[in-house]
Design a binder for this molecule. Structure first.
Ligand SMILES: [Zn+2]
Length: 150
């Protein structure tokens, strides 16, 4: 359910509960015992609905918090991540790509760092473990750091 719809549903349930309480307050003591019980059952039902809807809102918010943390991490490591041919790599101190390749598609679309692994059946191909996109191996090879000067 879209977030705004969940919140609207919760507010609607709360309004129902409030209306029932108002009705009970305004209807002095003339209510039959059976009618009172029925209204109280409606009230409990409306409050239970509200509770469920608020739990859903809470879940949605915590998912969004998680995504914000992911995006903040991606944003912070943006400069330390460089493209080389068809993949992204961690940049060394000089800004050169080094080490294992990461999925171009996942990084550019979702700002997620996902490693590329060798295809078990075809060693010329590397595959993203997340989106399944396939890359030609020679365009996304592992880059060994240059040997250290003596
Ligand atoms: Zn991917």
């Amino acid at each position: 359910m879209p977030d705004i719809t969940i919140i609207a549903a919760a507010l609607n349930s709360l309004k129902t509960a409030t209306d029932i309480v108002k009705f009970l307050r305004e209807s002095d003591l003339s209510l039959e015992r059976a009618e009172l019980k029925l209204k109280l059952a409606d009230l409990v039902g409306a409050l239970a609905d509200t509770k469920l809807e608020l739990v859903e809102v809470q879940d949605t918010l915590s998912e969004k918090d998680k995504r914000i943390v992911e995006l903040e991490e991606a944003f912070q490591s943006k400069d330390a991540f460089v493209r080389h041919y068809d993949a992204y790599y961690v940049a060394d101190n000089c800004g050169n790509p080094t080490g294992i390749p990461y999925c171009l598609r996942c990084w550019e679309n979702d700002h997620k760092k996902r490693q590329l692994v060798h295809d078990a059946r075809d060693h010329q191909t590397r595959v993203c473990t997340s989106c399944g996109h396939r890359y030609e191996g020679r365009m996304v090879g592992t880059i060994q750091p240059p040997p250290k000067a003596p």
